[in-house]
Write a protein that binds this ligand. Structure first.
Ligand code: ATP
Length: 502
């Protein structure tokens, strides 16, 4: 199976089985967003719950919040997003593609290249790579525009009044030149605008004091959040890897100045190890340190957790040392002291008892929807099976860790009679009461039902047959080995509950 093949097989499985659908599909679809179907929703929720459990429930130094998506626009002014949250954009004059130059492979200036003319397909153009050091990723052309900056935040007016209509009505006859009119209008729109958050992080800085005061947390401590973020991406790519609406799992860890290097070391290892606990190929996850050029202006060190996607290594999570930049910026702009007082420390400058300082921050910021794609790539497996007629068949199965599988077990009556469906429903209900997401499935042949549950990653299938009615036994089939074992109903229930409460 080639890696291109793997990606198209995953996209097709996601659609066919109800993991991910194109947004607004019946209207032709919207390329930049996706809807998560019944199974995708479960997988995503399970991944989020796993992250929350490791970040919040298993520790006593991290507190969770759930902040609003729309925040005061001064937040984005102070954080620097209004000015700096931009991506470079280049247009190809040959094929009209639009791309981010920082995401395309570099080619040495002066390299001789050839590409097809988009107007006349028979014409081959010979050229040299210019100073910029890249070519169009679509057609290989060197006929490119200059780099322009493109704002990544979605902007919208807040309130009942349409600021454009209001401004035009007021200024229609004002005698302003076209340029002045446009400038004033843009200012008017900016003044009445709010933004969809491009990261969940800022709420955790803005709510730093409230969390500190209401939890009696002591530095070092963290604030965690899972939620939607929005970016007006120039190129949406690789299915759900990069979309305009996505979900993030972020944590801001506030620590004493000077301790940030140790905490960055701690968190980068902690986060890498977290992934390795529930995937099949831990070697497909690695850390990569950012070069100085890559780092955001507020960051003094940064690592990415990368995953080996079908197209190569790419970012799954950023772990940034953000210094005291954000708290200081919000302190200045809001005139609220976002600092911490430690009565047990001496102020390093004055030597007096008690130290007030602005904490430094380490931020592990992961993409939930991006992780879902990584987990699907990691879990997609094919093996050869011989069917009842002795023919060799390819079996597709998702080798998902049971803790994240959409269904934990499928309860399958062999026949739709002899009390088997009723018994199967009774067992399914008993497991549901224990909090397990269980599928009762009596459609189609048993072979087809096994195949379906293999493909959606259900770790076990429990078959209810004549023996269940007569002897009280069931068969439990393992998704990965396809081995079946016969157990009493009670043994099977105890085994499943035991597995899944881990
Ligand atoms: P990239 O370099 O891929 O654009 P980034 O460095 O801008 O990502 P961060 O700002 O560090 O991303 O965001 C933290 C995480 O949020 C990323 O590691 C990624 O998992 C996720 N993420 C960011 N942008 C998107 C997007 N457009 N679609 C899906 N997930 C995203």
């Amino acid at each position: 199976m080639t890696q291109d093949n793997l990606m198209s097989k995953i996209v097709s499985l996601c659609k066919r089985r109800g993991f991910v659908f194109q947004s607004s599909e019946i209207y032709g679809g919207l390329k930049s967003s996706y809807d998560y179907g019944p199974l995708g929703t479960e997988l995503k929720r399970n991944l989020a719950a796993k992250w929350w459990r490791s970040m919040v429930y298993e520790r006593d130094d991290i507190h969770g919040i759930d902040a609003s998506i729309i925040m005061h626009s001064d937040v984005w002014k102070a954080s620097g997003h209004l000015k700096n949250f931009t991506d470079p954009l280049v247009d190809c004059f040959n094929c009209q593609a639009r791309f981010r130059p920082d995401k395309v492979p570099s080619v040495a200036p002066g390299t001789k290249v050839e590409y097809k003319s988009a107007k006349d397909k028979k014409k081959i153009i010979s050229s040299e790579v210019k100073e910029c050091g890249y070519v169009c990723p679509e057609c290989g052309s060197t006929d490119l525009s200059k780099e322009r900056l493109f704002r990544g935040m979605f902007q919208m007016p807040l309130g009942a009044v349409d600021p454009v209509q209001e401004f035009v009505t007021k200024n229609y006859d004002s005698g302003l030149s076209k340029e002045e009119f446009l400038k004033e209008l843009q200012k008017e729109i900016a003044d009445s605008s709010v933004y969809l958050r491009p990261e969940t992080a800022q709420a955790m800085f803005v709510q730093f004091l409230n969390v500190l005061n209401t939890t009696s947390a002591k530095v070092p401590f963290g604030i965690a959040q899972i939620g939607k973020s929005f970016r007006n991406e120039i190129v949406v790519e690789h299915f759900i890897f990069r979309s305009c609406e996505f979900e993030q799992m972020e944590m801001e860890f506030f620590c004493e100045p000077g301790s940030h290097k140790n905490w960055l070391e701690y968190w980068k290892n902690e986060r890498l190890e977290w992934y390795k606990k529930f995937v099949n190929s831990p070697e497909s996850f690695r850390l990569r340190q950012h070069t100085e050029k890559e780092r955001a202006h507020y960051s003094n060190d940064c690592y990415d957790v990368e995953f080996l996607f079908p197209w190569g290594w790419d970012e799954l999570e950023g772990i940034a040392s953000r210094t005291d930049y954000d708290l200081k910026k919000h302190s200045e702009a809001s005139r609220t002291k976002l600092s911490y007082f430690d009565p047990n420390k001496k102020d390093p400058e004055t030597g007096k008892d008690g130290w007030r300082y602005t904490p430094y921050v380490i931020e592990p910021a992961a993409g939930l929807t991006r992780l879902m794609l990584a987990v699907l790539c990691d879990a997609y497996k094919e093996d050869k099976q011989v069917d009842a007629k002795g023919e060799e068949k390819i079996r597709v199965f998702l080798k998902l860790d049971p803790s994240i599988a959409p269904f934990k077990v499928a309860i399958l009556p062999l026949l739709k009679k002899d009390g088997q469906p009723e018994k199967a429903k009774e067992i399914a209900q008993a497991l549901r009461k224990k909090g397990l997401h269980v599928s009762f499935d009596d459609a189609s042949s048993i072979g087809k039902r096994y195949a379906k549950h293999d493909e959606i990653g259900t770790p076990w299938c429990m078959t209810i047959d004549g023996d269940t009615m007569e002897k009280g036994t069931v068969t439990l089939r393992d998704r990965d080995t396809t081995q079946q074992e016969t157990l009493t109903v009670e043994e099977a229930l105890a085994k499943l509950i035991g597995f899944l409460s881990l």
